[in-house]
Design a protein around this ligand. Structure first.
Ligand code: AMP
Ligand code: ZN
Ligand code: ZN
Length: 376
């Protein structure tokens, strides 16, 4: 079911309805066990003409626990930036943590059932003092500071507790992305195990490196920047697809690139990654993070202009700190995955494990790149 109605692909007419569009299964090059069904004709199904709920753009909300003046409505503060005066960013303990350090349930096995103690940390980062501000409305300097704050908190958590094997930082923005709080925020979940999605990427990219002596993420960046191909239908000889240099590039900065993945799981999914090989987000320099902030801001401006009021999740994937991953430094490449939520997974997705994407990544890339942005 489509949530956002204000996208171009939902404006249909009879002739478009006859078009079957693209129908193909694309394999995720990093994690080949994950695939996506690109089915563009699906976006032309009849649907209820209702717009996604308008975004909460209020600057301050009296009763919001994350707004300035309500600092006593959250559990203890861990950090504030800047340290003195009015805060711009705050990190607090989560009031309802999904993982904690209270040792309530021991590890246990009964029959086939196993349970592991839910040890870990769950913190909230109040990204900005303004309640309803979107990422693309924040200044580059603020975003740069936000990503430096992510970095320092990650370092502190790894240093403070050797049992923590991975620190995942993510953001839910908008109810369609699972956010229960409207005030702009990110979250940190630190776990005593490496999350499966990270493990899969680390392992598959290591396999690729062993065979090809090259990082697969770097190869994808190179392909996006240099690859040109024309693919013909074997029977009719007609051109079925042209892949042009730069077709999947949404933004390019000095150190970072934003790419529309060929096998995008989500209609408007975009990944941002360092242009040259870097495995560890923690080692990014302030200068690099400033460029990252610029690329992210511009990418989110494009998204906002095309889909209007994007509701999305983003998450950071970086090399796990543990020494056992030292030999993955050349094969793993840190990145941010932005997953706007314009549709709700159905029984087919749940039953098959196949993501269904109703907008061709090529069309999405054109729409996103065509947005004209002001040069700062
Ligand atoms: P989300 O559900 O993605 O919007 O995340 C909001 C997070 O904030 C959830 O994990 C809640 O447990 C947490 N939360 C809700 N109220 C408070 C509060 N007053 N102080 C700290 N954390 C809170
Ligand atoms: Zn607020
Ligand atoms: Zn690389």
């Amino acid at each position: 079911m489509l949530l956002a109605q204000n996208t171009k692909q939902t404006e249909t007419n009879m002739s478009e309805q006859e078009d079957i569009g693209t129908r193909e299964i694309r394999i995720n090059p990093i994690v080949p066990t994950e695939s996506v069904l690109i089915a563009t004709a699906r976006s032309m199904r009849p649907q209820k003409a209702e717009d996604a709920a308008p975004r909460d753009t209020r600057k301050h909300v009296e009763r919001c626990p994350f707004c300035r003046g309500n600092e006593d409505k959250t559990p203890p503060e861990i950090t504030r930036v800047p340290e003195n005066g009015d805060w711009a960013i705050r990190i607090v303990e989560n009031l309802y943590p999904v993982l904690g350090d209270d040792r309530q349930s021991p590890n246990m096995i009964f029959g086939l059932q196993q349970a592991i103690n839910g040890y870990g940390r769950h913190e909230v980062i109040v990204d900005h003092s303004q309640h309803g501000i979107a990422i693309h409305e924040m200044s580059q300097a603020h975003l740069s500071m936000l990503f430096q704050t992510y970095q320092s908190r990650m370092k502190e958590l790894y240093n403070a507790d050797k049992r923590l094997k991975y620190v995942l930082i993510f953001k839910n923005f908008g109810p369609a992305a699972g956010a229960s709080m409207a005030h702009t925020h990110s979250q940190i979940i630190a776990t005593p195990v490496i999350p499966q999605n990270v493990q899969d990427e680390v392992e598959h990219s290591k396999n690729y490196y062993e065979k090809n002596h090259h990082c697969i993420f770097c190869t994808l960046v190179d392909e996006a920047l240099t690859y040109e191909a024309t693919i013909y239908d074997r029977d009719s000889g007609k051109i079925v697809r042209k892949i042009d240099v730069g077709q999947y590039v949404i933004e390019r900065g000095e150190h970072f690139i934003a790419i529309k993945p060929f096998a995008s799981r989500y209609e408007w999914e975009i990944h941002i990654l360092p242009l040259v090989h870097k495995s560890d987000f923690i080692k990014a320099t302030p200068e690099e993070l400033d460029d990252f902030a610029r690329v992210l801001k511009r990418t989110m401006q494009r998204l906002d202009s095309v889909i209007g009021g994007a509701q999305y999740n983003y998450f950071l994937h970086t090399i796990p700190l543990d020494a056992q991953y030292d030999d993955c430094q050349n094969s793993y490449h840190w990145h941010l995955e932005i997953c706007p939520r314009t549709s709700i997974p159905s029984g087919f997705e749940l039953g098959s494990g196949l993501f269904v994407n109703t907008v061709s990544p090529e069309d999405a890339a054109i729409q996103l790149s065509n947005v004209v942005l002001d040069e700062e």
